[in-house]
Every structure is written in structure tokens, then in C-alpha cells.
Design a protein around this ligand. Structure first.
Ligand code: IPD
Ligand code: CA
Ligand code: CA
Length: 267
């Protein structure tokens, strides 16, 4: 993608993210409708939907040739990664949004012919915006994030995980996952994949590992982590696929092989 085009898209995306964040903060002052999707714990609110619709309207008006992959139904049916594609999660961490009124984020990753060009992850309540532009590094608000340290070891690492390892333990050897939890320094579960990617990029955790994420959960995070020298792959070591759900390991590359070789065993 040409630099000036990329910059123009970034500026608009940033403006829309701040605007959407402001709308969310206002809307959540009032009562809002909460529904469930695939199961009783899979929540969606009218604010998830209206936020995604807001982005879809802006993108379709300003960039009619661009495509959208998104969670709440305002996106396109996409069969490949050709062209410019916005991968959007209007609220990542809806359970936190509903129960805690914090710890959720807007997540937008913009890809051109399959290459990650722009990432924005906005912690709406803390007013912290993580951004990345291809080849220009990653930022937390105005502060550039340093490249990830190379001398990190698993024994002194903090890992983020979600409960899928307990819920879907028929797929992986849970004894090995238990050992991973024992061997690392500590584990965390923040409830927003996008924020967990941002924390890996920030270097405040060293890996985030999970059995299932959708493209909108990791589309932005992958770019952010890449820009500080981190890596995002599937748990079988293959590259991620943006057109389906994936197992995910995003991490400091210093501990990638150790996690995959010593702790991930498929049943
Ligand atoms: C969820 C969050 C959560 C992760 C789930 C995602 P949503 O996204 O990122 O942390 O564990 O797998 O589905 O539904 O709140 O957008
Ligand atoms: Ca999500
Ligand atoms: Ca969501």
C-alpha cells in the first residue's frame, strides 16, 4: 500500500475510533439491551451492533472499494484477502463490558492483499489507544513501544490464557497445560483478546495462548505485536488464517518454540 494512502486511512480510522469510543461511553450511561448468541455466556448488546454499524457506514461512504470482516453482521462475505480489508471487533470483551463496564476495547486491523498495514486497539474506558502502522513501529498513545526484549525466558514470563483450556480440554493434553502454568512465573486472564495482544506488544506479558479466536479478535493485535518484533501463529506452528477461527499463540519469539514443543500436545 502506498504511504500517503496508508496515512490517510490511518488518520480516518483513528478519528472514527475516538468518536466510537465517545459514543460508547455516552451510550453506556443509559440502559441497553443485552442478548445472547451461540450460548448463554456469549453476550452481545445493542451497543456492539450500533458501534459496528457506525464503522461500516463510515468505511462504505469514504472507501467504497474496501471490504469489511466483522463480528456483528455489518461486514462482507469474503473468500480471500485480496484488496483492502478492515477487520473489526466493535467491542472486544463484551462480557467485561456488560459485567464490569471496563476492560474492553475496539479492535481494528486493516490489511491490503493479506498484509497487515494498520492496527488500532482502543481501551475505551482508560482512554488508551494502541496503534501500529506497517514498518513504523507500535505506539501506546503517543509513546513508541520498544522492541520486545530478546533474553526472555519461560520461567520468568507471565502468560495470558482464557478458560477454553478448561472447557475444551479434550483437544489438548491438559496435563501439559498444567505444567506450563506451573513452569511460567504467572498467568493472567483479562477477558479481551485484543487487550491481551496489546499487553504482549507492550511487553507487560510475554505470551497469550488460546484454543479459539476469530479473525476480529486478533486482526489488529497481530500487526501491533509484529511491529515490536513479536510473533503470532497457530498452536500447530502454522501461520494464522484470517478467514476462519484459529488456535493462537502470540508471544515474544524467545519463548515460542519452548511453548509449542514442551507444552502443546494434541490428543
Ligand atoms: C471474546 C474476548 C475473550 C476471548 C473470546 C472472544 P468478544 O471476544 O476476546 O477474551 O476469550 O474468545 O470471543 O466476544 O467479547 O468480542
Ligand atoms: Ca472479540
Ligand atoms: Ca466483540
Amino acid at each position: 500500500m502506498e504511504t500517503t494512502i496508508r496515512q490517510n486511512i490511518f488518520e480516518n480510522a483513528k478519528k472514527w475510533v475516538y468518536e466510537a469510543g465517545k459514543r460508547i461511553r455516552e451510550q453506556m450511561q443509559h440502559e441497553f439491551q443485552i442478548n445472547t448468541k451461540s450460548n448463554v455466556n456469549d453476550l452481545v448488546t445493542e451497543i456492539d451492533r450500533s458501534t459496528e454499524q457506525f464503522f461500516a457506514n463510515q468505511i462504505r461512504t469514504t472507501y467504497p472499494s474496501h471490504y469489511i470482516i466483522s463480528e456483528e453482521g455489518f461486514g462482507d462475505k469474503i473468500n480471500d484477502m485480496n484488496g483492502t480489508i478492515w477487520i473489526i471487533d466493535p467491542i472486544d470483551g463484551t462480557m467485561n463490558f456488560v459485567h464490569q463496564k471496563r476492560n474492553f476495547a475496539i479492535s481494528i486491523g486493516i490489511y491490503h492483499n493479506g498484509v497487515g498495514e494498520i492496527a488500532l486497539i482502543y481501551n475505551v474506558i482508560d482512554d488508551v489507544l494502541y496503534t501500529a502502522i506497517k514498518g513504523e513501529g507500535a505506539y501506546r498513545n503517543r509513546d513508541r513501544l520498544p522492541q520486545l526484549k530478546q533474553d526472555v525466558q519461560l520461567e520468568t514470563s507471565i502468560l495470558a490464557m482464557n478458560s477454553l483450556f478448561a472447557c475444551e480440554n479434550r483437544r489438548v493434553n491438559e496435563k501439559k497445560i498444567q505444567q506450563l502454568i506451573i513452569d511460567c512465573r504467572g498467568t493472567r486472564s483479562y477477558g479481551s483478546a485484543a487487550l491481551e495482544f496489546a499487553y504482549v506488544a507492550e511487553g507487560i506479558i510475554d505470551a497469550y495462548v488460546t484454543l479459539r479466536l476469530s479473525p476480529w479478535d486478533f486482526g489488529a493485535g497481530l500487526i501491533l505485536v509484529r511491529e515490536v518484533g513479536g510473533e503470532t501463529i497457530q498452536l500447530d506452528g502454522k501461520p494464522v488464517n484470517f478467514l476462519q477461527n484459529n488456535t493462537i499463540l502470540t508471544c515474544n519469539p524467545a519463548i515460542r518454540q519452548r511453548i509449542l514443543t514442551d507444552y502443546i500436545e494434541w490428543k
